[in-house]
Design a protein around this ligand. Sequence first.
Ligand code: PLP
Length: 438
Amino acid sequence: MEPLVTIPPPGPRARAVLDRDARIISQSMVRDYPLVIDHAEGMNIWDIDGNRYLDFSAGIAVMNVGWNHPAVVRAVSDQVKQLSHGAFLDFCSEIPVQFAETVVSMLPDGLDRVYFSNSGAETIEAALKLARYHTKRKYFISFYGGFHGRTFGAVSLTAAKVIQRKHFGPFLPVIHAPYPNPYRPLGLSTLTCHLDVVQYIREVIFQTEVSPEEVAAIVVEPIQGEGGYIVPPPDFLRMLRELCDEHGILLIVDEVQSGCYRTGRFLATEHAGIVPDIVTLSKAIGGGMPLGVTVASDAIMTWPPGSHASTFGGNNVSCAAGIAVLGVMQEAGFGDHVTAMGAYLKESLAALSEKHELIGDVRGVGLMIGIELVRDRATLEPAKQERNAILNEAFQNGLTLLPAGESVIRFCPPLIIRKEDIDCGIRILDQAFRRVTA
Ligand SMILES: Cc1ncc(COP(=O)(O)O)c(C=O)c1O
């Protein structure tokens, strides 16, 4: 077996950029690694010292069709020469309309009107305002561990890490419920933890905190992303759908991270066989260009001219990139490839968990996979420091991975990944586990 590469520490040019970054850029963002990216292509990124990395992060589930996909590069460069800004807000142009038609054609019936913005958080702001506008109700319900973005509405829903909320309140009226986590269930059973959650909303939230007729929407991730790649039991979304229907509450499904074939289907919600009232998409849909899409039915998206808009939302260049991205995703077998590679990666991680006691859980759908590290498989004590050390070891051998939750390693590679890439990533990870636990 070939020896693994070892990435040297950042060279003088990289160190200088990191120093300048630290001096001038807001340090509110987390920098997971001392990495200064120069360029990227397909499954790989290169730093400015010329080191190549195998990328299992896809820029946080953004580069689903691979970095610098030629169709996306072509669409963006052609469009920027013709018309970039100047369409969506005051004037009409064809590219955003064509993109909206393509998005809607890939969604279930009943999701047929589109609002454009520039980011995941903005898709959520639009969804919240639309839900209030439509229902004339004030309250929202979301979930502990949920992440929906950093703007005021979105951060009001978010309850993933306290640092994301500290000193920023007061927030919108949002009540948080536990998210059904089969590895750490609220009640006694991993199989019925979703029933416990729905019962909690009915019997605790609706009886003690807010009457259901004051709730505009329940906002949920079909698989929790930042919270730790938590896959709820399959019936969870269907039960939320029923609860919402019973009380005239809208169901908003945040597919910003789980959408765009990340789970093998265009929407992760499709696995549950329900149709939400409002869906939000961002990240991968722009192929690296800023783009947010909030979709609802004609009957719900009735807000009048002037009620909500954005200067850059749905700009021609992002929409041209979006058309190219969706074109790649519509090629025959795209979703099946994700399902097959996801199954292969999960099997490989399950095999790794037999060698390394630290891996307490392997879970995920398609290529949205997490492994949770614990110090003890009986007490489930989170192994956060060990997780961070393993990520650093893997990085030093040329594999970029991201953390999630308290002690989870997330796998959200470009969806074009091949078996050879998975084998290479697993080899690096295996060595990282061996070094850290030695
Ligand atoms: C599920 C989910 N919703 C919303 C967002 C916010 O997206 P953005 O960072 O583009 O505002 C994120 C970002 O990670 C996300 O994962």
